[in-house]
Design a protein around this ligand. Structure first.
Ligand SMILES: *Cc1c(COP(=O)(O)O)cnc(C)c1O
Length: 380
């Protein structure tokens, strides 16, 4: 069974997105070269205004990447030592936990919900201590977390609630865009995110003028004015070329998210009856933006299905193969196997299928056919 190059379906294909944008991106680059305002230039302020408005918040501060965005928010909210604990989900990209350590805070983990894989408010309650300063809710795979329940906990305890929205540009929770559902929200514009730059970039959005002002200062060596350093800060500024490219792509984001959702519906329709497969939750009050198309596969079946996909030239991924407490880097937290059973089970069962706006219906159908065949053969 030979695979031709037309059969290959990569897990993500960033080249395709840039075919129609190529000329516009070259023009943007030329005009920044002419102006020479390479870092925090005019296009940065413009993108900040546009993205704050898109997220239905008041302020946006462009920074170097999504991890720094989180680190700076934590510092702006007063997290700066080991006596400041920050609760985050055990199932997330490692950057969420890394940012807490970068800010010199202490990571406290909580489990996720089995139906949505987002932070479980009941588990957050159990992780609270008198030292808890903040909760980071991750809108994992593009699905908003249980913000109402988390906001209630944060309000009662007078602690901060941060959204890690790196996977959820444009998602909605009860009609409102993510980004305005807590004290501050952070975004990554890493190229493969729903809104991606042509390099590294990130942003913080908030309704709070003080938080915004503090992050502006922290991102640029603790200064408001050149050579007036008011605190020890960071160097995490947004490049002008990236900001101008992000403004261009922001106009296309809702269309791209719509295509992602249409592909997800097609996957769902074709895979619904397949034995051993569970599909992502679709809840009426949340708009999933399908950063990743993650299915839950019966444990004994995942290796088999992923091998069949690879043999057919189809890309796939696992997000994530280890929950935070089972990674080498975070062993020092002292958690054990069994502490976060839902996150642990997820890491054994999740499988991510190809998902990007430019996928075709025929490609989605082919992925589903390979999966159905692989699963039906498994029964004999
Ligand atoms: C990508 C990502 C980040 C980090 O963003 P970078 O721009 O790569 O630093 C943080 N949190 C989550 C959930 C992410 O997916």
């Amino acid at each position: 069974m030979g695979i031709t190059s037309e059969d290959v379906i990569p897990f993500v294909d960033l080249g395709l997105q840039h075919v129609p944008l190529r000329e516009a991106i070259l023009e943007i680059t030329k005009s920044v070269l002419t102006r020479g305002d390479f870092v925090l230039g005019g296009a940065v302020a413009q993108f900040e205004r546009e993205f704050a408005e898109y997220c239905e918040t008041s302020f946006c501060v462009g920074v170097g990447n999504g991890t720094d965005a989180l680190t700076l928010v934590l510092r702006a909210l007063g997290v700066e030592g080991p006596e400041h604990e920050v609760i985050l989900p055990a199932l997330t990209f490692v950057a969420t936990a890394e940012a807490v350590v970068n800010a010199r805070g202490r990571v406290a983990l909580a489990d996720v919900r089995p139906d949505t894989f987002t932070l479980d408010p009941a588990s957050v309650e159990r992780a609270l201590t008198p030292r808890t300063r903040a909760i980071i809710a991750v809108h994992l795979y593009g699905l908003p977390a249980d913000m109402e329940a988390l906001r209630e906990i944060a309000r009662e305890r007078r602690i901060h609630l941060i959204e890690d929205a790196a996977q959820a540009h444009g998602a909605r929770y009860k009609g409102a865009r993510v980004g305005g559902l807590g004290d501050a929200a952070t975004f990554s514009f890493y190229p493969s995110k729903n809104l991606g730059a042509c390099g590294d970039a990130g942003a913080v959005v908030t309704r709070d003028a003080d938080i915004s002002a503090r992050i502006r200062m922290l991102r640029d060596h603790g200064s408001r004015k050149k050579y007036e350093h008011l605190c020890v800060g960071f160097n995490s500024r947004l490049d002008t070329i990236q900001a101008a490219i992000l403004s261009l792509k922001l106009r296309l984001l809702d269309g791209w998210n719509g295509l992602r959702r249409a592909h997800a519906a097609r996957y769902r329709h074709a895979l619904e009856g397949v034995d051993g497969f569970e599909l992502p939750e679709c809840s009426a009050d949340r708009e999933h933006v399908m950063h990743l198309m993650v299915v839950k596969v019966r444990e004994a079946l995942r290796d088999r299905v992923s091998t069949s996909l690879s043999e057919a030239g189809i890309g796939w991924g696992i997000h994530y193969p280890s929950p935070i407490h089972r990674t080498e880097a975070f062993k020092f937290l002292g958690y054990s196997l069994g502490d976060f059973p839902v996150a642990e089970e997820a890491s054994r069962r999740v499988l991510s299928l190809p998902m990007y706006a430019e996928l075709t219906d025929a490609q989605v159908d082919r992925v589903c056919r390979v999966i159905s065949t692989s699963c039906s053969e498994a029964r004999f």
